[in-house]
Ligand binder design. Structure first.
Ligand SMILES: Cc1cc2nc3c(=O)[nH]c(=O)nc-3n(C[C@H](O)[C@H](O)[C@H](O)COP(=O)(O)O)c2cc1C
Length: 452
């Protein structure tokens, strides 16, 4: 047992149907209102009331079109399409909150690093340092095709690009504007000292960028860095760059998560970072009830309503395999996915006992998302994860904002009573709240681009 603070993120996406497919048709969820601001403002306020650390917004820049050979199922079921830009929600949500952080997903394939770095700096300014970036490398071939790559670059190339993308972004955020460059001297009419604003002159394999960075330094300079992707390359990337790592392993298998945590920590140590520089977040879907029976009845209702078709379209796109065509009774070992190796690997590594085939795995996936029970039972379970090495959770909704309201009203007070969740926010930027300092640690590779 330990008493470390459990970190909490709400997990959502600027679309109709994110993870639990088919539930958007219910009357008690606001998913179909995603194109309007009101549900987002409401959600942000609920999360802040519950002392959550951040709202974490997933994103994809393409269609899940692997299932049955096309995107029809995804489009019909609102399955991560239509999908709007997550970043554009943030300033509005920031105006109705004071402390909540905002982590949003952006793939290294979608925007040139120069443009993206400015977008992040702008958001970090407007939110007074509450921005985190979830770095992803994309896995949908349609994203690659629409973004002008003529299809999805190989897994290896995507991570090579990601490493160089980060190098460019670090040079812009950390190295372009000196700390004392901005003078705001009204008497002399000097806003900034041009001798202290530097071009970056990056010339690499994938990116050319002269610079300088167009934004002046924001409170965090480099945003808090999240990463999601757990293949061998993904873990190496996380160990090098990430401060927060989003993992999803089956909730029945704590050793799966421990393997990932210790693997990334070991790699981080080898590159001169400290395990203290990293926080691990597990994805979980709490279903809270006043009694266990009530909670189980709710879970059963959700399971009955989940759309198998849309779930298969989701999984097919994630794995890069058409599950409409495969034999679901083939042994798991016979699958070899290029598209999303990390997820296949961690799904297989953390499969519950007795899961031999894909059919077993899909069933286990659907039921395994839920963490169901009374607030006390859920708090017990979260403490078990925390004791196993997880620092926080990305909480997946079944209904929104209902699932978050239930958690904030039921589980948060229970965890606060146990001293595991904060009762109030500490001041400062998102990084200060999580790591006690506004800027990236000196041990992080970005620090090497700083000017003294
Ligand atoms: C828990 C988790 C969450 C992810 N969320 C997203 C996402 O929101 N958008 C996205 O494009 N990719 C997402 N990914 C995909 C990865 O970032 C990465 O692009 C993909 O998994 C391929 O890398 P990998 O083989 O290292 O896992 C996620 C991956 C994981 C494991």
């Amino acid at each position: 047992m330990n008493s470390k603070r459990i970190l909490l993120n709400g997990f959502s996406m600027n679309c109709v149907s994110h993870i639990q497919q088919g539930l958007w048709v219910r009357d008690d969820t606001r998913q179909v209102e995603y194109c309007t601001l009101d549900p987002w403002l409401e959600l942000a306020q609920i999360l802040e009331k519950g002392c959550f650390d951040a709202l974490f917004l997933a994103d994809v820049v393409g269609l899940y079109d692997a299932y049955l050979g096309g995107p029809e199922t995804s489009i019909r079921e609102g399955m991560q399409v239509p999908v709007n830009d997550p970043a554009l929600l943030i300033p509005a949500m920031a105006t109705v909150t004071e402390h909540l952080g905002f982590a949003f997903t952006s793939s290294v394939l979608q925007t040139p690093p120069f443009t993206f770095a400015r977008q992040i700096s702008t958001l970090d300014h407007l939110t007074k340092g509450r921005i985190a970036w979830n770095i992803v490398t994309s896995y949908l071939p349609n994203a690659g095709a629409s973004l002008g790559y003529g299809g999805l670059p190989s897994h290896k190339e995507r991570y090579e690009r990601a490493n160089e993308y980060l190098e460019v972004a670090y040079k812009l955020w950390e190295g372009s504007w000196e700390e004392s460059a901005v003078l705001k001297n009204k008497e002399k009419g000097i806003y900034a000292d041009p001798r202290k604003v530097h071009p970056i002159n990056h010339s690499g394999t994938y990116y050319q960028c002269e610079g300088p960075h167009l934004s002046e330094p924001s409170l965090q300079r480099t945003p808090l860095l999240f990463q999601a992707g757990s293949s061998t390359d993904g873990r190496a990337f996380a160990a090098k760059h990430a401060e927060c790592i989003f993992i999803v392993t089956s909730r029945r298998n704590l050793s799966g998560v421990q393997n990932i945590v210790s693997d990334i920590q070991t790699q981080a140590k080898k590159s001169g970072r400290s395990p203290d520089d990293l926080r691990f977040f597990q994805g979980l879907s709490p279903v809270v009830g006043g009694t266990e029976k009530e909670a189980l009845a709710k879970e059963e209702e959700y399971l009955q309503q989940i759309s198998t078709d849309a779930s298969l379209a989701h999984l097919s796109g994630s794995l890069g395999i058409d599950l409409g065509n495969i034999n679901p009774d083939k042994p798991l070992e016979s699958f070899d996915s290029q598209a999303m190796q990390g997820v296949v690997k961690s799904m297989i590594e953390s499969r519950p006992p007795g899961t031999r085939t894909f059919r077993d795995l899909i069933r286990a996936q659907m039921a395994g998302q839920f963490l169901t029970g009374t607030p006390e039972q859920i708090a017990d379970n979260l403490e078990t994860w925390s004791d196993a090495g997880v620092d926080g959770f990305n909480l997946v909704y079944s209904t929104t904002p209902g699932s978050f309201v239930d958690f904030v009203e039921g589980v948060v007070p229970e965890l606060q009573k146990r001293g595991r969740v904060q009762r109030a926010y500490t001041p400062g930027t998102l990084r200060e709240k999580l790591f006690g300092q506004p800027r990236l640690s000196e041990r992080h590779p970005a620090a090497s681009y700083r000017r003294s």
